[in-house]
Design a binder for this molecule. Structure first.
Ligand code: LLP
Length: 415
């Protein structure tokens, strides 16, 4: 079971709140997040760094709800953003722009200018053309932008191909073998200060060996760059630590990984930046859904629920596994092997396939587990479905932190 979630007298709770209460007041589908769980994960990272100079820049893309961002901002997090929209959210949530790093392979001039105006910490630049654009825009403002170059360490992160990013054939970063030349040429740009080196090799990594390999390659490169006179001040290893989705799956130990990082950077004087997303919010969330129908066609059993790929696309897009458990546990009901599917008109619209789950009936509530990361943020209005509500639980209190969309919301801005 995810931390902060447990059964009490057969009823599933998030912290001190019964999920059935939230579902009956807010309706379904609905995302629920545990504030305690988010803060606990963040603290684990922070404590593991101890006195090593560091910056934990939470990857906003994993869950961009304003209240989640505000919670992390108050706890002292920095932020990793990949768009002007994410920067806007961070600022609206009270995040400190001086702790924001801007990643992404396709930043527009408007986005770069907005980030310069806000005074972010640094840009993780992914091409020479981008370095030149940041320089030109900073010059126009009479500013000097702090910049890291994102390199591609060419290691195989052993994860789903759609979320692996650190191989030579990927669109991300600059080839490691070209890095020294890039720093050399960029030194001529007067309005950027080349003070960082960054990478991100992929997401949902269950084994840290590829990460450690990337760290080693990065540190070797950092030393070579320094030897050539580059005044490196920080090194950014990206995000990527995975979480357990399947029963028995073991996720990497954050403390052990950070301890190893600290050991490796000792004596370099480099500030360490990391950009964790999923490992902070993933296990804090569930998606609540209600069973609409039971149905049998051919040899298949279906549990049809009111959540779909428009609410949680991960199973359809990455064949991801999310545990699905009943909100009211009645052992006498037994189990059934079924496909859990939503109302969207696509065969790919499933939350689970051939899964042994509780033998639930129409009206029963289910919790789709570990849905706090890349859940709501990837939700769409496909089939003109309003996006679900989001709820934040803090102890025995809970509140809606995003209203369920209305039909009116669905047509906003249209003529
Ligand atoms: N930094 C950069 C530059 C990234 O591209 C990412 C994720 C992160 C940090 C955060 O990685 P994390 O710690 O969350 O693994 N939608 C996919 C995941 C896409 C990840 C994209 N980049 C999924 O649902 O699995």
């Amino acid at each position: 079971m995810q931390p902060a979630y447990e059964y009490r007298d057969g009823s599933l709770f998030c912290e001190k709140v019964a999920l059935s209460e939230i579902a009956s007041k807010v309706g379904t589908p609905c995302y629920v997040y545990s504030a305690a769980s988010i803060l606990e994960k963040f603290r684990t990272y922070r404590e593991a760094f101890g006195d090593t100079p560091h910056r934990i820049c939470y990857a906003v893309k994993a869950n961009f709800n304003l209240s989640v961002l505000a919670l992390l901002a108050r706890a002292g997090a920095g932020f990793d953003i990949v768009s002007g929209g994410e920067l806007y959210r961070v600022l609206r949530a009270g995040g400190d722009p001086a702790s924001v790093v801007f990643s992404g392979v396709g930043k527009t001039a408007e986005e770069i200018d907005y980030a310069l105006e806000a005074g972010i910490h640094s840009f993780n630049c992914e091409s020479e053309a981008e370095l030149a654009l940041v320089d030109a825009l900073a010059a126009r403002r009479g500013q000097t932008a702090r910049v890291a170059v994102r390199v591609n360490p060419d290691v195989d992160p052993a994860t789903h191909p759609y979320i692996a990013t650190g191989l030579k054939e990927h669109k991300f970063g600059i080839d490691m073998s070209e890095a020294e030349g890039v720093y050399e040429r960029a030194a001529a740009l007067a309005h950027i200060r080349l003070e960082g080196l960054s990478c991100h090799i992929g997401s949902q990594l269950l084994d840290t060996d590829p990460l450690v390999e990337a760290v080693d390659r990065m540190l070797e490169l950092a030393l070579r760059l320094r030897a050539r006179g580059v005044a490196l001040a920080h090194i950014d290893f990206g995000g990527g630590l995975g979480i357990p989705y399947r029963p028995g799956e073991r996720a990497p130990d954050v403390r052990a990984f950070i301890a190893l990082l600290r050991e490796k950077v000792t004596g370099t004087g480099l500030e360490v930046i990391i950009e964790p997303g999923r490992s902070i919010v993933g296990e804090a969330g569930v998606l609540l859904t209600r069973v609409l129908y039971r149905k049998r066609t051919g040899r298949k059993e279906f549990v049809i629920v009111d959540a779909s790929m428009s609410d949680l696309i991960r199973p359809a897009l990455y064949q991801s596994h999310h545990e699905i458990i009943p909100v009211r546990r009645l052992p006498s009901l037994g189990t059934v092997v079924a496909d859990v599917v939503g109302p969207v008109c696509e065969t790919g619209d499933f939350l689970a396939r051939d899964r042994e789950i509780a033998n639930v009936m129409p009206g029963d509530l289910l919790a789709v587990c570990s849905a706090g990361a890349y859940g709501f943020v990837l939700a769409s209005n496909y089939n003109a479905r309003p996006r679900p509500a989001e709820v934040l639980v803090e102890g025995e209190r809970w509140r809606v932190v995003r209203d369920r969309e209305s039909y009116e919301d669905l047509i906003r801005g249209e003529v």
